[in-house]
Design a protein around this ligand. Structure first.
Ligand code: UGA
Ligand code: MN
Length: 326
């Protein structure tokens, strides 16, 4: 009897073992997911576990793309187009011109989607500026218009004709097409601009304003802001101006420039220092202004002025045998 039981047990034993192994294997298999695969797979995790953007071009990203080739990719929502910043710069020939333009181009080259409108105060486009622009690596337009001799006097506003030429070009360029989002500002060639300024001005809806450093006989001038609105001006000079602000202290949306086709800088009746007010009066009101730079409490642009260079020794000695552009 005992031996029969034993023999039966040994016959059944391998089958029992097979069944146990099979059950074990089946429970180790991962359960089918209840939810679809997460948007980010572990392959796009950085070393610290941080999520990397899907469009990453680094090796980790590429590996992920390969492994998931067959799966339909969730389409990222298209970004709205970045408004183009149009910078109108009047410029005139003098010993420091190329140095000023070099500093300006070095700044502008770091700003996305910027179009430089360089307007020479001259009867023709100069070779120096043409050559410079060709090598500047910036989307640009090169214009010229001379200031009439009678207006080239100390105490009279500068660059009126050049800024108007820039405005005319902008209006003409956009006359037939629906205006793409854009922002215009007047960038004199000798000022100093922080990169943060461009981030601030890019969100201009109509007309935006911010402080300007080293101007008006003070460390800075600024619009005074209460509850998000401009209510006055902190300035050391002619506080009675309707817009007591320097040319470097505001930006205007392209839409506003196009819907006010007659707004220009005026020679007639314009007093020194009133150009900004005369222009802004035509397109906006103080109540409408959009304060930037943390409610106008940060200086992001400086009205720097370059010292006149001393060339007293130029005529003294023999001239160099080669001609070098400076
Ligand atoms: C101040 C303001 O910041 C300027 O925006 C304003 O045009 C000027 O006063 C004015 O009196 O009209 P300021 O530093 O005194 O500026 O002027 P500049 O820097 O000498 O000239 C302003 C711009 O006009 C510069 O980009 C300069 O290159 C250009 N400019 C100047 C000319 O195109 N032609 C000139 O004969 C003189
Ligand atoms: Mn200046």
């Amino acid at each position: 009897m005992k031996s029969v039981l034993f023999s039966r047990f040994f016959i059944l034993l391998p089958w029992i073992l097979i069944v146990i192994i099979m059950l074990d294997v089946d429970t180790r298999r991962p359960a089918p997911p209840l939810t679809p695969r997460p948007y980010f797979s572990p392959y796009v995790m950085g070393r610290g576990g941080a999520r990397l953007p899907l469009r990453r071009v680094g090796p980790a990203g590429r590996r992920w793309v390969k492994r998931n080739e067959s799966r339909p990719q969730p389409q990222p929502r298209p970004e709205p187009p970045l408004p183009t910043i149009y910078a109108i710069t009047p410029t005139y020939s003098r010993p420091v011109q190329k140095a000023e333009l070099t500093r300006l181009a070095n700044t502008f080259r770091q700003v996305a989607q910027l179009h430089w409108i360089l307007v020479e105060d001259a009867v023709a486009r100069s070779e120096l500026v043409s050559r410079f622009l060709a090598r500047a690596g910036l989307p640009s337009t090169h214009l010229h218009v001379p200031t009439p001799r009678r207006y080239k006097r100390p105490g009279l506003p500068r660059a009126t004709e050049q800024r108007n030429a820039g405005l005319a070009w902008l209006r003409q360029r956009h006359q037939h097409q629906r205006a793409q989002p854009g922002v215009l500002f007047f960038a004199d060639d000798d000022n100093t601009y922080s990169l943060e300024l461009f981030q601030e001005m890019r969100t201009t809806r109509k007309v935006s304003v911010w402080p300007v450093g080293l101007v008006g006989g003070r460390r800075y001038e600024r619009p005074l802001v209460e509850n998000g609105k401009v209510v006055g001006w902190y300035t050391g000079w002619r506080a009675d101006r309707p817009f007591a602000i320097d040319m470097a202290g505001f930006a205007v949306s392209l839409q506003v420039i196009l819907s006010n086709p007659k707004a220009v800088f005026k020679r007639r009746g314009s007093q020194p220092g009133m150009q900004e007010s005369d222009f802004l009066k035509q397109i906006t009101t103080v109540e409408e202004l959009e304060p930037k730079a943390n409610n106008c409490t940060k200086v992001l642009v400086w009205h720097t002025r370059t010292e006149k260079v001393n060339l007293a020794n130029e005529p003294k000695y023999h001239l160099d045998t080669v001609k070098i552009e400076v």
